[in-house]
Design a protein around this ligand. Sequence first.
Ligand code: ADP
Length: 239
Amino acid sequence: PASSAPVLYVDGFGKRFGGVQAVSDVSLRLDRGRILGVIGPNGSGKTTLINLITGLEKADAGKLYVSDADITGEPPHRRALAGIARSFQTAALPSDSTVLEAVTAARIAIDSDIATARSHAMHFIVQAGIADLVHTRCGALPPGPRRAVELARALARQPLAMLLDEPAAGLTEDEQASLARRLRAAADDGIAIMIVEHNMPFLLPLADRILCLDEGRAIAEGTPGSIRRDPAVIAAYLG
Ligand code: ADP
């Protein structure tokens, strides 16, 4: 229900790089089981916003809460332990590792021994529909299966909130449809999801709500239907 506390809450993030105000007073909430899409033109601050949430960049202003705990001052690894997972970074997968090794590595921090980690990893690999690829080296994977492995790795950490940067990029339409089903299933399992994406045919049917940034500011927030018709969004981005 809308009255319950958000999984993740950003209160007024700001970030300046030299003369550029990359993010300016942006607030957002991620809720259990819900998918928030973040859109906006190039340079509008989407990647910086993700970096501020994961802790890769330090905010000049604003607060970050996960499950009501203020984690604003925490470094990236503490934020990951608090339940924030990021996926689809470039070069995130170790190319010499097999799929099983790569997903097992994501379980090591959670499970006490390697056998347990491996068996839990297999569960997420099967769930991702890539059981036939367990012994394939990550470096040899085509884009679609690679994205599935990256998603399995993020889900294997059993995060509260998952942040995805352009998950549909480089995928065929069939692969996009399959990825959208898996992301909806992850949300239905209770994960709060944020997706930065330029691909509107992928994002609009998938997201529950959309936040539109322009020049670092939130210019609109609402359902995909209302965002599609919003004059400010059309002028800045969709037009
Ligand atoms: P988007 O992801 O929406 O394309 P970004 O968050 O990458 O936007 O960038 C927002 C603004 O901040 C841009 O003007 C960009 O040039 C600037 N910017 C981002 N990261 C840095 C950085 N590390 N150093 C200087 N400027 C940056």
